[in-house]
Design a binder for this molecule. Sequence first.
Ligand SMILES: *[C@@H]1O[C@H](CO)[C@@H](O)[C@H](O)[C@H]1NC(C)=O
Ligand SMILES: *[C@@H]1O[C@H](CO)[C@@H](O)[C@H](O)[C@H]1NC(C)=O
Ligand SMILES: *[C@@H]1O[C@H](CO)[C@@H](O)[C@H](O)[C@H]1NC(C)=O
Ligand SMILES: *[C@@H]1O[C@H](CO)[C@@H](O)[C@H](O)[C@H]1NC(C)=O
Length: 416
Amino acid sequence: MANKSGVLHSLMLIFITWMGNMRCCAITVDPPEDLAVLDSGRLGQMQITWSPPSCLTKMTECRPQYQLEYFNTYKNNWEILRTPSRTYGAQFDPSKDVHIRVYTILNGECTNNTMIMSENCTEMILKPPSTGLLGTEAKAFICVYHNMENLECSWTRGLKTPPSALQNLYFWHRSLDQAVECPSYILSGGVRKGCNFPGKSLPEFTDIYFCVNGSSREGPLKATFFSLQIQNQVKVTAPDKLHLQTSSDTELEFHWENPTGRLPAHCLEWEVRHHHVGAEGKISLNHIHTEKPSLTLPFSNSSKRNCFKVRSRLNSYCVDQSFWSDWSLETCHPDVDSRETTLGREMNSVSIYIYIAVVIIVVLVVCLCVWAALNMRKSGPQKKVDSLLPKLLTNNLSQRVSKIYSGKKTCIDVVI
Ligand SMILES: *[C@@H]1O[C@H](CO)[C@@H](O)[C@H](O)[C@H]1NC(C)=O
Ligand SMILES: *[C@@H]1O[C@H](CO)[C@@H](O)[C@H](O)[C@H]1NC(C)=O
Ligand SMILES: *[C@@H]1O[C@H](CO)[C@@H](O)[C@H](O)[C@H]1NC(C)=O
Ligand SMILES: *[C@@H]1O[C@H](CO)[C@@H](O)[C@H](O)[C@H]1NC(C)=O
């Protein structure tokens, strides 16, 4: 009996499995199998592979497609794509979880031209390796592409990075076979704090992946990963050749140039800082945004002074983001600050008064001394002991006074 029911049971199982397969290939479909991830040693470039569900291997009229979903840790979102291929290369931040899902999709004759996607997916979550000393990650990583001519990346050390640690920077992009080390480190106090990429060593409009890792006597440092496209890191050199002039009684014309380089002129935009001093010394500050390297402003002869500075950056039509340049030097109309000159004149008259006062005092003191000396000579040698003390005093005094006098005299000479 037990044997009979066992056979029946296994028959039932086979039947259920067969039904399941029918369901898989007719109305529903299973998710892919053998999902695997292979790290190619290129700073998180992973080869994801999978195979079709086993129920599909015998069906030749149906070519499955796959929907791949993975979490992009650099962009902080899920990337979703469809492909007939059984493999896909994607970039992951190896210091974070790798999270992947794959679905099977059937379409065409075998499904009577309706699209079917597997209800479930095959999923994989890979935890990052827990190597490296805690708190030794590089921080504040930033790259600046100076005038689109050379790229400079820098970082700061983690709080717990041992002083003996040696940090390395590696980078990779899709035209390279392997990760490459920084061509020229920037040192500060003997410690690596940045990397310089001279000339066109990195391509634009391509994701570049960076890794800062390192070793120390205490053990390996925790590696950190960054990704960017260098055209989004441009910092232009500050504008120069500023020209400011009145074109008529009522207009002020301001134009400038950016230092020439590889910069496409149509990609630049500017911010002008206008500092205006009005008739009653009223100060106003304006920031003007412009897409041309020139500005015409109404001008009234009642305003005392107009000063301008300008800075530039790449606009959002050309790149996703860019840094502002430094401010240019300031240029003003009129050129010389009238307030400063009057202030200067005031300062001059004050110092002349001081000199005159000093001269009068010195002359008075000298007269006093001469008078004292004459008095002493008149009083004669008989009062030697009595007059010794005052004599010493006056001698010292007159010496000191003559010194002061000689010092001041030269000053007076210069002034006169
Ligand atoms: C396939 O779909 C068409 C209409 O879309 C329908 O007329 C036909 O009966 C279907 N065939 C099968 C085998 O389900
Ligand atoms: C999908 O997965 C759930 C839970 O893992 C399971 O209960 C369900 O039967 C699966 N569906 C299919 C069609 O395999
Ligand atoms: C840093 O990363 C590079 C590239 O992956 C690797 O070749 C190198 O061995 C690593 N160095 C350390 C000290 O971990
Ligand atoms: C300012 O200009 C007006 C005419 O535009 C003129 O009448 C006036 O005298 C000028 N004032 C000064 C201080 O130059």
